[in-house]
Design a protein around this ligand. Sequence first.
Ligand code: SF4
Length: 291
Amino acid sequence: MAEEIYARTILNSFKEPDPWFGIKYNMNLYRGCRHQCIYCDSRSECYRIEDFSRVQVKTNAIDLLRRELPRKKIKGTIGTGSMHDPYMPDEAKYGMTRKALEIIAANKFPVHIITKSDLILRDADLLKEIGKVYAAASITITTANDGLGLKLEPGAPKVSQRFTAIEKLAKEGVLTGITAMPILPFIEDNDDNLKAIVERAKDSGANYILFGLGVSLRDRQRDYFYNKLDAYFPGIKQKYEKVYGLKYWCNSPEYDRLKKTVQNLCVKYGMPTKMPFYIPEEPQADQLELL
Ligand code: SF4
């Protein structure tokens, strides 16, 4: 059961679209996440969420979006935020993401959704509609192995369900890819895993794959992650401590070699390692005269 809260605003803007995901505006419809990934960055102190397993839903978010979006002068891609997954199980009840997509479609704004859940299939109709402007669906997959996925992302749908979701979205004509991040050092940063992800991405009809060969770690997030490493991966915490100390960016020790491996695999399978972004339309002549 989610706790219902009120938000003051819903759309945050970035000066420029971010270079990885092309996102210009961000909205967090929920706080907290049922997927409970053991590496989740949103446990960090800066997000000020004391109990990350408790989900809060911003019940007035849709009214806010309805007011805020038409006032945005610059058309840019809307992302579905951090601190939650837009298709975690609560979404089946509250439908906040679907209602937000309806408003985005009505305002003809572009959207990029990042999720670990096949519940996104429910909204394929809206993604197709928004896709006439621009819609991208990135499904996060960091291992091709269901059993390992269950240890790392215990509340999220199985990895195999996520590949099936990619296949179905791609068949519907939705721009669909994989965010393969974070690839966890000493657990997922091996040739077999990377090869399996790229091969299955290709088989599923993914349009792109974005790799992140490492993980960021800080304060409370690191503590939680290390506890889970002790529970499920004995001896791995000690490797992290030895190699990274208190570093924030923890790239794979084999980063350079694996980057080449990934590049070669993606060339072999014809899989782009960058996603296409929304390209704003050129203003028409009569619009220019008004400016
Ligand atoms: S799905 Fe995203 S927000 Fe949710 S726990 Fe996993 S990493 Fe965190």
